[in-house]
Design a protein. Structure first.
Length: 119
């Protein structure tokens, strides 16, 4: 059974930093592209950042480029999202997800972790 568990969310002031972690189990983690998504109140879930199985080719939504860094440690089955210079508009529930290559969709999701940035 595949399980993803996010941690590291919380309340931070604008300009502050947080590091999110997503621990995976039940799959050969190193085979998969992994991504972070977020969903703000009243909005649809949206892609934030993704990283390939090797840790290369990170991809970011424009609004977080230069502030967020995605990385992974396959030995620990964990993916990270370092978030610096946080802004109130970054407030959302953050989810990690694993891409199923055969379907091209993100099939496995964690329950999410809340990030709140105060102004």
């Amino acid at each position: 059974q595949v399980q993803l568990v996010e941690s590291g969310g919380g309340l931070v002031q604008a300009g502050g930093s947080l590091r999110l972690s997503c621990a995976a189990s039940g799959l050969t983690f190193s085979y998969y592209t992994v991504a972070w998504f977020r969903q703000a109140p009243g909005e649809e879930r949206a892609f934030v950042a993704g990283v390939s199985w090797s840790g290369g080719d990170p991809d970011y939504v424009d609004s977080v480029k230069g502030r967020f860094t995605i990385s992974r440690d396959n030995a620990k089955n964990t993916v990270y999202l370092q978030m610096n210079n946080l802004k109130p508009e970054d407030t959302a529930v953050y989810y990690c997800a694993v891409l199923e290559r055969s379907s091209g969709r993100y099939k496995y999701w964690g329950p999410g972790t809340q990030v709140t940035v105060s102004s």
